[in-house]
Design a protein around this ligand. Structure first.
Ligand code: PXP
Length: 239
């Protein structure tokens, strides 16, 4: 058995909650369901504009639930301060721009190395595992390794939107080659973005894959079958 771990991103539980600005659906309740249904960790992206997850969601999950919390955040002084205070178990540094609907590809390392290195080393020194979200290419993977990242999360967006067997096989090969390099550098290997029940298996089968972070497809399916079933079905697929 491969035992690939599943991180379940619950941002869109908060999106629904925010539609009415009330308490339901409660992100702490969602965290408990995720962790008791096969999810190995709960994932939250605290954005600069707080459009879905709010600071209180992260604080309450840390305080009220026993389990692994993985925080996605931009490399800003504000987010560094929050991470050092709340102490998630792991952090993924992602690019963020104000008008994007969702994360658009991996980090641009060139020109941003000093800032990324400062925050990576600061979080890592405090015992938080740090991953960098990068496109499946050698240059950003090597750069992330050089600045002290513990882990690489490969961006699977291009693979996920690729249409037709030929194009999908090409994007999968790109992910496989990148994974090989990550493992050669002795880093942990994560992947995510746009993965769903139909495209996840080949990515889960990549040699050395440690963890997949998946949100939108699981929360969407949960609308029809419930969160418990949606999470456990995904876990079964990737194992
Ligand atoms: N990984 C990273 C770094 C992300 O930014 C996101 C989206 O928040 C995901 C994984 C999950 O993507 P999706 O919601 O498309 O499954």
């Amino acid at each position: 058995m491969r035992n690939v771990k599943l991180g379940v991103n619950i941002d869109h539980i908060a999106t629904l909650r925010n539609a009415r600005n009330e308490k339901n659906p409660d992100t702490v309740e969602a965290t408990r369901v995720v962790l008791s249904s096969g999810g190995d960790m709960v994932v939250m992206h605290l954005r600069g504009d707080r459009r879905h997850i709010k600071d209180a969601d992260l604080e309450r999950a840390r305080r009220e639930v026993k389990g692994l919390i993985h925080l996605e955040m931009a490399a800003t002084p504000e987010m560094e301060k929050i991470a050092l205070k709340i102490r998630p178990d792991s952090v993924c540094i992602v690019p963020e721009s104000p008008n994007e609907v969702t994360t658009q590809g991996g980090l641009k390392m060139a020109g941003n190395l000093a800032g990324l290195e400062k925050i990576t080393r600061s979080l890592s020194k405090s015992g938080i595992e740090v991953s960098l979200f990068v496109d499946p290419e050698p240059q950003p993977i090597r750069a992330a390794h050089n600045i002290g990242a513990d882990c690489i999360e490969l961006c699977t967006s291009k693979y996920s939107v690729s249409w037709g067997k030929k194009l999908q096989a090409k994007e999968l090969e790109q992910l496989q080659l990148a994974s090989f390099l990550v493992k050669e550098l002795k880093m942990n290997l994560h992947a995510g973005h746009g993965l769903d029940y139909y495209n996840v298996v080949p990515v889960a089968r990549i040699e050395g894959m440690d963890s997949l972070n998946i949100g939108y497809s699981i929360i969407s399916r949960a609308m029809f079958v419930g969160l418990k079933t949606a999470v456990s079905e995904m876990k079964r697929l990737i194992q």
